[in-house]
Design a protein around this ligand. Structure first.
Ligand SMILES: *Cc1c(COP(=O)(O)O)cnc(C)c1O
Length: 351
């Protein structure tokens, strides 16, 4: 760091993204990307004419994409915010609803970026411990008088609250915004989007990165009461009005027109999940927690041989899970059936 850095930023602990190994020899299972390519319409949209249009700025209102999202989720366009990845939408929500001393609450085991945003904006954090079985107890979130951020399904546990449980938390905190991060909802969770019409304090954040095979395009969105969306828009127009690039706006809309393709891929991932967990049960115990994400998030390591480093030496690149569970667990993205078979075979060799 330089001597010139803003004092408030000197104690930042930036988020460490999952590594992107250049070596294609690895079976890459560390960042919950989809093993399937984007749909044909997305690939077709990446044509020469769109390339030539890159000389133009993107639509700062993102009208086409927001209307497509509004139609898909049966909400008004004014209830939809689009972002450069859902990380951006989450970052704006932390800034909008907690950076004035109100503070934020989230589970002690969850998406690692929440703590990073809180530090960046100087937000006091209350970490709410999960129960011993990794379950999130909704009653722990009643009347907290601060912004609440929940990944649902949670990552890396893969465990989900029902829509009714989310609604209970939203009702129990009428003086605070409840942000529900639904990055994995398409793998079998119950979305809270239908509740957004009734609760002015509920913001649901989703992404094209996991279930829609577009992690590299950087596209996320938030759905909520139009007043909440205006708050996020005020931040966006104060930082980067062209936050989503032209190609991503086009390909995002194209992806929404091919929902069946993505539904089939999600079903394949959900169907594939029991293969590695069943195999793991043979190799090691205890068994992984059941999950509703695109990863097997909480597989307990039996020996050093199955650590992230160990699995890497077997040609599989997996992720260590977040503290306080890190070291004890590795998180394995669900890939194709062939990738999962290869993973198990290599781990078997290792053990
Ligand atoms: C992957 C992930 C994100 C970030 O998604 P992007 O849209 O790629 O920024 C947010 N929350 C959770 C829980 C995730 O797993």
């Amino acid at each position: 760091m330089s001597q010139f850095l803003n004092g408030a930023l000197r104690r930042l602990t930036p988020y460490t993204p999952g590594e992107q190994p250049r070596n294609q020899a690895y079976i890459k299972l560390n960042t919950n990307e989809s093993p399937y390519p984007p749909s044909p319409g997305v690939l077709a949209a990446l044509n020469r004419a769109e390339g030539e249009n890159l000389r133009l700025y993107s639509d700062p209102e993102a009208v086409e994409l927001r209307e497509a999202l509004a139609a898909r989720y049966r909400v008004e366009r004014e209830s939809v915010f689009v972002a450069n990845g859902s990380d951006e939408a989450l970052s704006f929500a932390f800034l909008a609803y907690a950076a004035d001393g109100r503070g934020v609450a989230f589970p002690d085991i969850s998406y690692g970026f929440y703590a990073v945003f809180a530090r960046l904006y100087g937000i006091p954090v209350r970490q709410v411990p999960l129960r011993a079985d990794f379950r999130l107890a909704p009653e722990d979130y009643n009347h907290l008088h601060r912004t609440i951020v929940l990944a649902n399904p949670n990552a890396p546990t893969g465990l989900a609250l029902s829509r009714d449980e989310v609604e209970g938390i939203v009702r129990a905190n009428p003086d605070a915004v409840v942000v529900v991060d639904e990055a994995y909802v398409d793998f079998g969770g119950e979305s809270a989007v239908p509740l957004t019409a009734r609760y002015p304090n509920l913001l649901v954040v989703q992404t094209f990165s996991k279930s829609r095979s577009m992690a590299g395009a950087r596209l996320g969105y938030a759905i909520g009461d139009a007043a909440l969306i205006q708050d996020l828009e005020a931040i966006r127009f104060s930082t980067n009005p062209y936050n989503v690039n032209r190609l991503t706006l086009r390909t995002g809309a194209a992806a929404l027109a091919e929902q069946d393709y993505y539904d089939a891929n999600c079903a394949a991932i959900v169907d594939t999940a029991p293969i590695p967990s069943g195999g793991w049960r043979r190799l090691a115990s205890p068994a992984p927690t059941p999950g509703r994400t695109s990863s097997l998030p909480a597989i307990r390591q039996r020996t050093a041989g199955t650590s992230t480093g160990g699995s890497r030496s077997a040609g599989c690149w997996c992720a260590a899970s977040t503290p306080p569970a890190s070291g004890d667990y590795i998180r394995i993205t669900i890939g194709t059936r062939a990738q999962m078979d290869a993973l198990l075979e290599r781990l078997e060799g290792l053990l």
